[in-house]
Design a protein around this ligand. Structure first.
Ligand SMILES: [Zn+2]
Length: 115
Protein backbone atom coordinates (compact mmCIF):
# COMPACT_ATOMS: atom_id res chain seq x y z
CA UNK A 1 0.00 0.00 0.00
CA UNK A 2 1.26 3.42 -0.91
CA UNK A 3 1.46 5.81 1.99
CA UNK A 4 -0.38 8.95 1.11
CA UNK A 5 -0.87 11.97 3.30
CA UNK A 6 -2.52 15.34 3.13
CA UNK A 7 0.92 16.87 2.66
CA UNK A 8 0.78 15.55 -0.91
CA UNK A 9 -2.51 17.34 -1.51
CA UNK A 10 -1.19 20.51 0.07
CA UNK A 11 1.77 20.37 -2.29
CA UNK A 12 -0.62 19.90 -5.22
CA UNK A 13 -2.63 22.90 -4.11
CA UNK A 14 0.47 25.05 -3.68
CA UNK A 15 1.67 24.10 -7.15
CA UNK A 16 -1.77 24.88 -8.54
CA UNK A 17 -1.83 28.24 -6.78
CA UNK A 18 1.58 29.19 -8.18
CA UNK A 19 0.49 28.12 -11.65
CA UNK A 20 -2.76 30.10 -11.47
CA UNK A 21 -1.03 33.20 -10.13
CA UNK A 22 1.46 33.00 -12.98
CA UNK A 23 -1.32 32.69 -15.53
CA UNK A 24 -3.24 35.58 -14.00
CA UNK A 25 -0.17 37.79 -14.15
CA UNK A 26 0.32 36.77 -17.76
CA UNK A 27 -3.29 37.35 -18.80
CA UNK A 28 -3.36 40.70 -16.98
CA UNK A 29 -0.39 41.97 -18.99
CA UNK A 30 -1.95 40.70 -22.20
CA UNK A 31 -5.25 42.51 -21.65
CA UNK A 32 -3.37 45.73 -20.83
CA UNK A 33 -1.32 45.58 -24.00
CA UNK A 34 -4.42 45.30 -26.15
CA UNK A 35 -6.19 48.37 -24.77
CA UNK A 36 -6.21 51.26 -27.25
CA UNK A 37 -4.40 49.24 -29.85
CA UNK A 38 -5.57 48.65 -33.43
CA UNK A 39 -6.82 51.17 -35.99
CA UNK A 40 -8.74 48.81 -38.23
CA UNK A 41 -12.43 48.13 -37.74
CA UNK A 42 -12.14 44.40 -38.37
CA UNK A 43 -9.25 44.11 -35.94
CA UNK A 44 -11.18 45.98 -33.29
CA UNK A 45 -14.02 43.47 -33.50
CA UNK A 46 -11.60 40.60 -33.19
CA UNK A 47 -9.86 42.29 -30.30
CA UNK A 48 -13.10 42.96 -28.50
CA UNK A 49 -13.92 39.31 -28.82
CA UNK A 50 -10.48 38.28 -27.62
CA UNK A 51 -10.62 40.66 -24.70
CA UNK A 52 -13.98 39.29 -23.67
CA UNK A 53 -12.62 35.79 -23.95
CA UNK A 54 -9.51 36.75 -21.97
CA UNK A 55 -11.73 38.28 -19.34
CA UNK A 56 -13.83 35.16 -18.91
CA UNK A 57 -10.69 33.04 -18.75
CA UNK A 58 -9.36 35.46 -16.15
CA UNK A 59 -12.55 35.29 -14.11
CA UNK A 60 -12.42 31.52 -14.16
CA UNK A 61 -8.75 31.58 -13.12
CA UNK A 62 -9.58 33.95 -10.26
CA UNK A 63 -12.42 31.75 -9.07
CA UNK A 64 -10.25 28.65 -9.14
CA UNK A 65 -7.43 30.50 -7.40
CA UNK A 66 -9.85 31.58 -4.70
CA UNK A 67 -10.96 27.97 -4.15
CA UNK A 68 -7.37 26.79 -4.00
CA UNK A 69 -6.43 29.52 -1.51
CA UNK A 70 -9.48 28.67 0.55
CA UNK A 71 -8.49 25.00 0.62
CA UNK A 72 -4.93 25.93 1.63
CA UNK A 73 -6.21 28.08 4.49
CA UNK A 74 -8.05 25.02 5.81
CA UNK A 75 -4.72 23.33 6.43
CA UNK A 76 -3.96 26.16 8.86
CA UNK A 77 -7.30 25.71 10.58
CA UNK A 78 -7.09 21.92 10.57
CA UNK A 79 -10.37 21.56 8.72
CA UNK A 80 -8.99 20.36 5.41
CA UNK A 81 -10.76 17.38 3.87
CA UNK A 82 -13.91 17.93 5.93
CA UNK A 83 -17.19 18.51 4.11
CA UNK A 84 -18.35 22.09 4.70
CA UNK A 85 -21.95 21.02 4.69
CA UNK A 86 -22.25 17.83 6.74
CA UNK A 87 -18.85 17.68 8.45
CA UNK A 88 -17.88 14.20 7.35
CA UNK A 89 -14.51 13.35 5.85
CA UNK A 90 -14.32 13.75 2.10
CA UNK A 91 -13.25 10.61 0.21
CA UNK A 92 -9.55 10.50 -0.47
CA UNK A 93 -10.11 9.63 -4.12
CA UNK A 94 -12.25 12.73 -4.50
CA UNK A 95 -9.61 14.95 -2.90
CA UNK A 96 -6.92 13.50 -5.11
CA UNK A 97 -9.00 14.26 -8.20
CA UNK A 98 -10.02 17.69 -6.93
CA UNK A 99 -7.87 18.85 -3.98
CA UNK A 100 -9.88 22.07 -3.61
CA UNK A 101 -13.17 20.19 -3.08
CA UNK A 102 -15.23 21.71 -0.26
CA UNK A 103 -18.08 19.21 -0.14
CA UNK A 104 -18.26 15.43 0.13
CA UNK A 105 -19.60 13.68 -2.93
CA UNK A 106 -23.09 13.26 -1.44
CA UNK A 107 -23.47 16.94 -0.60
CA UNK A 108 -22.00 17.92 -3.95
CA UNK A 109 -24.54 15.82 -5.80
CA UNK A 110 -27.32 17.21 -3.66
CA UNK A 111 -26.23 20.81 -4.32
CA UNK A 112 -26.02 20.11 -8.05
CA UNK A 113 -29.55 18.73 -8.12
CA UNK A 114 -30.94 21.29 -5.72
CA UNK A 115 -30.82 24.14 -8.19
ZN1 LIG B 1 -21.20 16.36 3.04
Amino acid sequence: MVVRSQAVLKQMLEDERDRLEGQLKHSGAKVGEHVGYGNHMADDATEAFEQARDLSVRTRLENTLHEVQDALSKFERGTYGICEHCGTKIDWARLEAKPEARLCIKCKQRSDFGR
